[in-house]
Design a protein around this ligand. Sequence first.
Ligand SMILES: Cc1cc2nc3c(=O)[nH]c(=O)nc-3n(C[C@H](O)[C@H](O)[C@H](O)COP(=O)(O)OP(=O)(O)OC[C@H]3O[C@@H](n4cnc5c(N)ncnc54)[C@H](O)[C@@H]3O)c2cc1C
Length: 507
Amino acid sequence: MGESTALLADNSRGSDAQHIEHFDVLIVGAGLSGIGAAYHLQKESPDKSYAILEGRNAMGGTWDLFRYPGVRSDSDMYTLGYRFRPWRDAKAIADGPSILKYIRETASENGIDRKIRYNHRVKLASWSSVDAVWTVEVAAPEGRTLRLSCNFLYMCSGYYDYSEGYMPGWPGMGRFAGKIVHPQKWPEDLDYKDKRVIVIGSGATSVTLVPAMAKTARHVVMLQRSPTYILALPSQDFIANLLRGKIPARIAYTLVRWKNVLIGMYLFNRSRQKPEKMKKWIVGLAQKALGPEYDVAKHFTPRYNPWDQRLCLIPDADLFRSIREEKASVVTDEIETFTEKGLLLRSGQELEADIIVTATGLKVQLMGGMEISVDGKQVNLSHTMAYKGMMYSDIPNLASSFGYTNASWTLKSDLTAEYVCRLLRHMDAHGYNTCTPRKRDTSIAEESAIDFSSGYIQRAKDVLPKQGSQRPWRLHQNYALDLLEFRFASVEDGTIEFGRVPKRSSP
Ligand SMILES: Cc1cc2nc3c(=O)[nH]c(=O)nc-3n(C[C@H](O)[C@H](O)[C@H](O)COP(=O)(O)OP(=O)(O)OC[C@H]3O[C@@H](n4cnc5c(N)ncnc54)[C@H](O)[C@@H]3O)c2cc1C
């Protein structure tokens, strides 16, 4: 097939975008998923032409964007790393720069970096059933608008809005004389040495930031409305380090990866089956780490059950250590108003600060904010049902990479990439050029895509697609089950409708 260099004039939509360059596959996003998707595509379908369109001027996505102190993974790198490329560092819970390096090295080792077009933000994608082609409109450098086309559109654009994080907005924010910072836009030169810091929030970002800033700040307060389950884990994987150098790296990596997958699945399933026992165990560990006098009931005992929201992991109990050393403290209360000096809380307590960090989360955004239309009709993703959590009812030739909520993202994005390649090979083998999931079975009930009570998921209810009550519309959130289904179940499952659209000759 090869990369088409043909440039065709096309003004059919009356836009100033003029040129169409055609690819078999267009990947949107050069983050962990996009680089992984390109690796699989090159390896398993080497005859396919492809390009990666990346809206920013760098690869790495999340791991390039977030620059706050201590930024790190909150799941282990043996499962957050790609299946095809062993994670070799000693640290299993890795810092952001190491993850970024791993992504960049994967791209350069495999020549994927040459396929990335930076500063190419996809704004629109329109599918034409007559041509069996997607046309995408891209905001390119120097204010240009480009048109590209492809047979298959592969969205690896993550799940949140890159332009800004979620900010609830409190009364009096303008009065505060110090600095207000959001972790998504961390000022490079922010000096917090010997400063009083308040971090608002109790999620993964807060529990990372608090001990990292507490190393040099005068004191850091983690202000939370309600507690989160926090579990301390060693930052190094004992078994992985034991095996290092003794058996081939690939075998060691596979073994440790499966060990961690199974431990994760066990903890999740046990949380769902015996929530009270899990609760007691996690809270008990926190009490042990913080000492018998510490009010764990108030600050570390959530109102929900374990894994009703993502569990927060802390490497080597760093947060608990900062609290014990009195470099950090936790306040569980609500903000009444910002004041000139800090915050006034509902209880009447006042907290003074030089810097307030609003670790209040992300704004969920799917498909990179791109507008999608199928045969001129605009698609509302929340009206679709997700097929295997990666394609959408009635949207042809499009897949997206969306990781697990209860395990590492890459486990699912790797499987998705493998499945996309299977699908493309199957289509080639049978002369198909369209594939569209169709929900014909009326007995399949609609359910929320993600049954998490976390704020960012609740806020996104109206934009997320639905899942179905039965396979293949049901999300397993289980790597072992997905692996069987993605790798071995027949591609012709009666749900995907395949088609052969004759090629039209160019005008
Ligand atoms: C601080 C933080 C820590 C995390 N830690 C973990 C963890 O430990 N374990 C875990 O499993 N998950 C974690 N996650 C989730 C994390 O986002 C995923 O693990 C993973 O990095 C997602 O990779 P991705 O490539 O799918 O998306 P992203 O990393 O979000 O990359 C998407 C890319 O697509 C580009 N893009 C988006 N829209 C467009 C468009 N319209 N046109 C062109 N380009 C576009 C973006 O610029 C970006 O480069 C974390 C998330 C955050 C924010």
